[in-house]
Design a protein around this ligand. Sequence first.
Ligand SMILES: [Mg+2]
Length: 221
Amino acid sequence: MQRFVLWDLDNTLVDRHGTLPDWAGDFVARHRLGDDARQELLDLLGERAYPPSFEEIRTRYRLASTADDLWRSYCADIAAMVSCPADVLTGLDELRRHGWRIGIATNGATDIQTAKLRAIGIHSRVEGICISEEVAARKPEREHFAQAAARCGTTLSAGGWMIGDNPVNDIGGGRAAGLSTIWIANGSPWPTDLPEPDHRVQHARAAIELLLSDSVTRSTT
Ligand SMILES: [Mg+2]
């Protein structure tokens, strides 16, 4: 199996769950919204944010800004707030030095995912970036993983790894696409009704250690 690894972005390389509540609090204060607005925004944007979400927000709170302005502010705000642990960024560099080809496979809107990848400095550390809106294929669809591999100059048939926090989209999808899998648990238990990942770790740095370790290296050469 080739040394090729695809990474999910949100809650795998960056902490989206930790960033959104801070953004929602700032948004409520900036627009002087009511007590319930913060939770309503989290409910609306918790899973995924797209431009139409901000048309709904503009209407619900009778905001003067256009939905497009709200969306662009959201992208800039989140990109400025989101972070990736330093030892994960250096870990991606270590993987490349050890001959690993690295890609990003993420569901979401192109604007916001690209803004985050650039702000954090991940875009310059990977061979290819695959965003579902851009390629019109979402994880767990095989097509998404195939496009991600192509953007890294390789194919799924040569094998590789998928690393992510979502049991269905990342692990189930990666496995169905023929990839070995590492699940980022973030403290959650594995859902017992789904086939197990090849490995479970708590955070991204541990997954990097695993890829750099002798046992995985032997199995991928
Ligand atoms: Mg994720």
